[in-house]
Design a protein around this ligand. Structure first.
Ligand code: ADE
Length: 449
């Protein structure tokens, strides 16, 4: 007699695994990349993974730019910049593993609450200048600074994301200036629009000035219905102040939104500005942190070393509390209502804190020497005895269920064959599984009689 099978959804949940990460939902999608949330299978650490399609990169001759982007992100280690953790590649994709930032976009805050208070705007601007100036000191320029690229962490601090258009010194021409127009027009400096060659640092500071204006005004300083009209306003730095705009901030922004990059205020001068200085404390961090570019070089050299595969895998079925209680002999509620004898057990359960994969392979290794042929499918196994027993061949099925994060329950059930032979098999199998079992059912009832 077999005890009732719990009502467990029949379908297994599918998930995609890349290297040691399980991919989750999409956080954002652009022309060349998709960003997904992911979880490390051993540590449970959550990350964001930027996924690039190798074909698209090759087609658009962007290999060098992407390599630069990745190297750039590795060079930058600052508390207000999204950290690049590692890089992986499959045959068709590049995976950039990034620090996961949980507070959403700073832009959303403005969209939801409108303009920020003077103190809040100043705090984010101080963090922005701190991070941008640090990047500039490492010859790294962002060139696409805008509120959408400014994320907030769990503590509400700024995290600059997406150095996709940043450039390292290689991109300088002989005149020592950057060439390539890019970026979002509303935040772009006049010299970038005119493409007369520009310094990445002063162009980024212009964008910081536009950002500060947006944080305090709640709208853009330069906004026109046509791109030409917008460019005209930007060249001339033509904008107006809303009446509430504090004079200290007006003075500073006027010095940043100077259309002439040569006379525009520098970061060093911003640090000395009275409005900026109020309550400013520079971020504390290790400026000498080591940077290793081996993984970046390996994935672009065609080496197999960092090649990973993207696999679709099914996840063990998850059990809810009711299903668990109905299974557990220790908490067997049926005994509260029923007085009949416990039936002879032909199914057995144990729990394990090992991963589902380890559990499956341990069962396989333990069952084979006992003369069992093993068939596996996802998180289910069928073990078929090769010896003819009293009631034919012994056949046992197993399934792994996730009962809590990192806690699995394994159910073994006799499909056919003699129960005593099954009990004997279970006893021997248990010996082979002693390293993975956390808590096990007592031996099947008939063995105890
Ligand atoms: N969206 C884009 N990049 C992200 C990140 N690193 N963390 C959270 N959301 C993101």
């Amino acid at each position: 007699m077999t005890t009732a099978t719990p009502s467990i959804p029949a379908t297994n949940v599918e998930r995609t695994r890349v290297g040691k990460y399980d991919l989750g939902k999409t956080l954002g999608e652009g022309t060349f990349a998709k960003v997904k949330v992911a979880k490390h299978i051993d540590t449970g650490h959550t990350v964001a993974i930027k996924i690039l399609d190798k074909d698209k990169i090759l087609k658009h001759k962007m290999v060098e730019q992407i390599k630069r982007e990745i190297s750039t992100m590795k060079l930058v280690k600052h508390p207000y910049v999204v950290q690049l953790l590692e890089v992986m590649a499959s045959r068709t994709k590049i995976y950039i593993v990034l620090e996961y930032v949980t507070g959403g976009e700073l832009f959303n805050k403005i969209a939801q609450q409108g303009r920020l208070s003077e103190d809040d705007a100043r705090k984010y601007f101080q963090q922005l200048i701190d991070a941008v100036d640090y990047c500039h000191s490492r010859q790294v320029f962002h060139r696409d600074l805008k509120p959408e690229n400014l994320l907030l962490d769990a503590k509400g601090s700024l995290k600059i994301s997406d150095f996709g258009l940043s450039a390292l010194p290689q991109q300088f021409r002989a005149d020592g200036l950057l060439h390539t127009t890019c970026g979002t027009p509303n935040y772009v400096a006049p010299e970038v629009i005119m493409d007369k060659g520009y310094s990445g640092a002063t162009a980024d500071l212009w964008s910081c000035g536009v950002i500060l204006y947006v944080l305090m005004a709640g709208y853009l300083p330069f906004e026109e219905p046509t791109i030409m009209a917008l460019y005209k306003k930007i060249y001339r730095a033509q904008f107006s102040w809303p009446p509430w705009f504090p004079s200290g901030a007006r003075k500073l922004i006027s010095k940043i939104l100077d259309p002439n990059p040569r006379t525009r205020i520098s970061a060093a001068e911003i640090y000395k500005n009275d409005w900026f200085k109020k309550g400013y404390t520079p971020a504390q961090f290790d400026r000498e942190a080591d940077v290793n570019l081996d993984d970046v070089n390996a994935i672009f050299s065609g080496s197999q070393e960092h090649i990973v595969v993207e696999r679709k895998e099914s996840k063990p079925v998850t059990m809810n509390a009711f299903e668990l209680i109905s299974l557990s002999s220790g908490l067997n509620l049926s005994s509260l209502f029923e007085t009949k004898e416990i039936p002879e057990k032909e199914d057995t359960r144990f729990t394990s804190k090992k991963s589902a994969k380890e559990i499956i392979s341990s069962i396989e290794e333990a069952a084979k020497p006992l003369g069992f042929n093993v068939q596996k499918r996802d998180y289910k196994m069928k073990l078929q005895g090769d010896k003819l027993g009293r009631k034919g061949h012994l056949s046992v099925s197993t399934e792994v269920f996730e009962v809590a994060p990192s806690l699995y329950m394994v159910e073994l059930q006799k499909n056919s064959g003699d129960t005593l032979e099954y009990n004997h098999f279970y006893k021997n199998l248990s010996k082979g599984l002693k390293d993975i079992v956390w808590k096990a059912d007592p031996l099947p009832a008939c063995e105890q009689k």
